[in-house]
Design a protein around this ligand. Sequence first.
Ligand SMILES: Nc1ncnc2c1ncn2[C@@H]1O[C@H](COP(=O)(O)OP(=O)(O)OP(=O)(O)O)[C@@H](O)[C@H]1O
Ligand SMILES: [Mg+2]
Length: 221
Amino acid sequence: MIRLIDVDKTYGDGVNFQALDGICLDVQDHEFVSITGPSGSGKTTLLNLIGTLDKPTGGQIFYDDTDVTSLNGNQLADYRRNVVGFVFQSYNLLPQLTALENVMYPLIPYKKQDQNRAHARELLQKMGLEDKTNQLPDQLSGGEQQRVAIARALTNHPRVILADEPTGNLDSASGAKVMEILLELHRCEGITVVLVTHDERLASMADRTVHLADGRIVSVQ
Ligand SMILES: Nc1ncnc2c1ncn2[C@@H]1O[C@H](COP(=O)(O)OP(=O)(O)OP(=O)(O)O)[C@@H](O)[C@H]1O
Ligand SMILES: [Mg+2]
């Protein structure tokens, strides 16, 4: 489904820093891949490139037969909205919107509001948050906020969920719950998951673990 061919990423102009160097990686449809490695090894950079949030400075990234590195801004935004769901370590919820409104947010321009609301409610219910729909993010625990963020990532029926340290700010019980949800989305709904994590135990639950060091893939297990 996703194919990276000899992908490089260099930051800066003048003083350059090569964050990724010659990455070749295939992610199959319905696969659960974890990416692990030391701080600064390029995990977030790699995930952002896979998610088309940023462009590589070299190489190509294919989704099926589409080279996403050749898409323009609008095409890319459409692609991202319809194919990819993001989950971040810091949840990135909008603080002034309720849980329900946060989940509806990616849908606003598209469908009827009442349909949107029903869909968002259903997703929150799936995350075990049916009684928290009207609460603001700061009225929710970290684990609950992350589950709202997962529901939001699911609104447009993505094929792939890209999660960057989604359990990084959570205690182990809340982290385990978030991991369980990701595994279930993968197992039951066939969603492809790419998970960045420092946690070797979580990483090992994936079908495959990619180890990065200094911007290169050092092993795949
Ligand atoms: N916008 C940027 N400009 C310049 N350098 C950057 C930028 N973003 C990342 N880097 C550098 O690229 C390298 C890889 O960063 P990245 O965030 O991908 O690491 P990471 O593996 O996700 O680390 P962590 O585990 O700490 O999140 C780091 O050395 C970082 O300093
Ligand atoms: Mg990172």
